[in-house]
Ligand binder design. Structure first.
Ligand code: NOJ
Length: 530
């Protein structure tokens, strides 16, 4: 069997509202993405994961789906989707869709029917009577604050929603729900989708008895309300793995498609989503780099632990940021964001790169009047807002950064006139040039795209590791600190050359016994030929 494309591929996440507006409404769309395919091919990524673009009232910006088999007019049409797929495929780019199976929109016809109690769809969602003592059926909390139960006056029962009241949870214990949702997968797979990122896959099955969740003794005031409870009975139920395997089986009806699961869980439980005999997700998203402190020793330890814990044959993956978490440059600073990019793109496994991170987009101040994220609006003052990581892509120095012809739905960064694709692509020392060079290096060195990973001895602010594939050998040394460092090359290693520096200026430099690293510098060393 030939090697699957996603093992060596790099995934690029696009938040479609924010990538490129083609019709001047201030919101990005599919035609906009289509117009930027040449950029993505030039950058050198292999697959585009596009966050939801289905018809939706947009209470959670598309993660509240009102029709799984359509395209919201804000984003385009099915015809435009087809053209996007065709044009992407013509450039060798795969298209991964966001599948949101845990909940629909309150406006989905299934929920309308369920709410009305007609058409036999009551049991497609999770309806319960209130507790005998009054109030909701149990203590479960919603992810964006408040009870996870909303009372429906007309039917006198509560429905469950792990997120907003406008996002009722489907009842995945109902085989009819499963069949309908698997047909949704088939619909898109037949249309040419190369895979899915499955939203909150851990949530699909809940405790049958809906037992109360225990209190979280570590919760402190100022943390989001959802963290008051441990999600023991509302998520990561053992039976969910059966559902994931069924989803995977649907993908297996087609050629070489990819199943990714969104999983925020401790490592061992996350790894369980590869499934028994790897029958689950191909890639359970590995968010450890998002959650870890930016300390080289701790990061080295977690990489080693993850590598050691992977089941035989399981392929690793790495994520640095996404539309729900602060951008990497906002978290670790602009200088370290380059080191982070080198780390992400030189670890073993499939990396996911978040749009705009290649420009080093960092902190974006969202003025109170422009906050759009429902979580930020529901829990103000808690810094849970996700708007800063969703601001528009910055293409050039024309009005609105070439993103739109009018004020975009979220503000641009203050430095967009300089921090944009046009300006940074002309600068060999820019983060954009670095990401492109790293993607190039992954193609030039099989050790980077498919080789083994081994940590090398390092200390203080340094992290070092080697990658090997047959006779291709690379060493990566990263300086997490703001002081210069020296790292002694192991005497057993072949003679090395700097293949790439995060600063973009040392390519080809011969390395003798020690490699010097400037502040916040990372290097990829490659064995010298001849
Ligand atoms: C996870 C998604 O990434 C997030 O953006 C969304 O709000 C929730 N799931 C609910 O669908």
């Amino acid at each position: 069997m030939s090697e699957s494309w996603w093992r060596t591929g790099v995934i690029y996440q696009i938040y479609p509202r924010s990538f490129q507006d083609s019709n001047g409404d201030g919101v990005g769309d599919l035609e906009g993405i289509r117009g930027r395919l040449d950029y993505l091919a030039w950058l050198g990524v292999d697959a585009l994961w596009i966050s939801p673009f289905y018809p939706s009232p947009m209470h959670d910006f598309g993660y509240d789906v009102a029709d799984y088999c359509g395209v919201d007019p804000v984003f385009g049409s099915l015809e435009i989707f087809d053209s996007l797929v065709a044009d992407a495929h013509a450039r060798g780019l795969k298209i991964i869709l966001d599948f949101v199976p845990n909940h629909t929109s309150i406006e989905h016809p299934w929920f309308r029917e369920s709410r009305a109690g007609k058409g036999g769809k009551r049991d497609w969602y999770i309806w319960r009577d209130g507790a005998p003592s009054g109030g909701p059926p149990n203590n479960w909390l919603a992810h964006f604050g408040g009870s996870a139960w909303t009372f429906d006056e007309a039917s006198g029962q509560y429905y469950y929603h792990a997120f907003l009241p406008e996002q009722p949870d489907l009842n995945w214990r109902n085989p009819k729900v499963r069949e309908a949702m698997f047909d949704v997968l088939r619909f898109w797979l037949q249309r040419g989708a190369d895979g899915f990122r499955v939203d909150v896959i851990t949530h699909l099955i809940k405790d049958e008895g809906l037992r109360d969740n225990p209190h979280n003794p570590a919760w402190i005031s100022g943390r989001p309300e959802i963290e008051r409870l441990l999600q023991m009975h509302s998520a990561d139920h053992p039976e969910v793995h059966g559902v994931v395997a069924e989803m995977r089986a649907v993908l297996e009806e087609f050629d070489d498609r990819l199943l990714i699961g969104e999983i925020y869980l401790p490592m061992e439980r996350m790894i369980a989503y590869y499934g028994e005999d790897l029958s689950g997700a191909h890639l359970p998203f590995n968010f450890q780099l998002i959650e870890a402190p930016w300390i080289p020793g701790a990061i080295g330890d977690l990489i080693e632990a993850y590598e050691a814990a992977l089941p035989e044959g399981a392929w690793p993956n790495w994520v640095l940021s996404n539309h729900d978490r602060p951008r990497i440059a906002a978290r670790v600073g602009e200088a370290q964001a380059r080191v982070a990019a080198m780390l992400l793109l030189t670890l073993r496994g499939s990396p996911t790169l978040y749009y705009g991170d290649e420009l080093g987009i960092g902190e974006v101040e969202i003025p109170p009047g422009r906050i759009r994220d429902p979580w930020a609006l529901r829990e103000p003052g808690l810094e849970v807002g996700r708007d800063p990581e969703r601001t528009p892509m910055q293409w050039d120095s024309s009005a609105f950064a070439g993103f739109s012809t009018r004020e975009p739905w979220l503000p641009l960064t203050p430095d967009w006139p300089k921090r944009n694709v046009a300006a940074l692509s002309a600068d060999p020392a820019s983060p954009l040039s670095l990401v492109r060079a790293l993607l190039d290096a992954r193609r030039a060195h099989e050790s980077l795209s498919r080789g083994s990973w081994r940590r090398l001895k390092s200390w203080g602010d340094l992290l070092a590791y080697e990658r090997r594939h047959e006779d291709d050998h690379t060493i990566i040394v990263l300086n997490f600190g703001a002081a210069p460092q020296l790292w002694p090359v192991p005497t057993t290693a072949p003679k090395q050359t700097i293949a790439l520096s995060t600063h973009g200026d040392r390519n080809g430099e011969a390395v003798l016994a020690r490699v010097s690293l400037r502040a916040d510098e990372g290097v990829v060393l490659a064995a010298r030929k001849g």
